[in-house]
Design a protein around this ligand. Structure first.
Ligand code: GDP
Ligand code: MG
Length: 163
C-alpha cells in the first residue's frame, strides 16, 4: 500500500497551493477566501524514485466562525489516524496564531512524524517571523514558497526521510 502524506493547517496558509505545487496539478481550488477547498483532494507525488499519496485536508473546514476550531480539530484528527507523515503548514508572513498553537498541541501529542512547513517565505518580511515558529515545539520550520516553488525540493527530501 502506498504511503500517505496529509497537509493540515488553518485556512488560507496555502495548503491547496502546496498540494498543487507538489503534485504539479491545478486540481485543488485555491482562493483568497478561507475555506474554499470543498473536497478532499488526493494526488500522487514522485520524488527521487519514491512515490507517495498526498491529501489536501482543507475540505473539512467550513468558513463559519462558530464551528471553525471544531472543524480544524476534526481535520487534524483524521490526518493523525490515516496519514504516515503530516505536513503542518503555517503562514510565515503572519507568524504564529492561536489556531496554529492549538493544532500544534494536538500534533505534538500524536506519535506521527510531523514536518512544520513555513509557507509564503516569498512575502517581504516573512523571514523575520520564522523564529516564532520554534515555539510550536515541532522542530525546525522548513521554509517554502508554494507560490514560486522555493524550498519545496528540501521539503520533499525531508518527507522521504520521515516516511
Ligand atoms: P488554504 O486555504 O490553506 O488551502 O490556502 P490556499 O492554497 O487556498 O491559499 C490561500 C491564499 O494564499 C491564496 O491567495 C494563495 O494564492 C496564497 N498563497 C499560497 N501560497 C503562497 C505562497 O507561497 N506565497 C504567497 N505570496 N502567496 C501564497
Ligand atoms: Mg485549501
Amino acid at each position: 500500500m502506498s504511503r500517505l502524506v496529509a497537509i493540515v493547517g488553518r485556512p488560507n496558509v496555502g495548503k491547496s497551493t502546496l498540494f498543487n505545487r507538489l503534485t504539479q496539478t491545478r486540481s485543488a481550488i485555491v482562493d483568497n477566501t478561507a475555506g474554499t477547498t470543498r473536497d478532499r483532494q488526493y494526488g500522487m507525488v514522485e520524488w527521487c524514485g519514491q512515490e507517495f499519496s498526498i491529501v489536501d485536508t482543507g475540505g473539512w473546514v467550513v468558513n463559519s466562525e462558530d464551528i471553525f476550531e471544531e472543524e480544524i480539530n476534526k481535520q487534524v484528527q483524521i490526518a493523525i489516524e490515516e496519514a504516515d507523515v503530516i505536513l503542518f503548514v503555517v503562514d510565515a508572513s503572519t507568524g504564529v496564531t492561536d489556531l496554529d498553537d492549538q493544532v500544534a498541541a494536538i500534533l505534538r501529542r500524536s506519535k506521527k512524524p510531523v514536518i512544520l512547513v513555513a509557507n509564503k517565505e516569498d512575502i517581504g518580511d516573512a523571514r523575520f517571523n520564522i523564529p516564532e515558529f520554534y515555539s510550536l515545539g515541532l522542530g525546525d520550520p522548513v521554509e517554502v514558497s508554494s507560490a514560486n516553488g522555493s524550498g519545496t525540493g528540501d521539503l520533499l527530501d525531508k518527507v522521504i526521510e520521515d516516511m
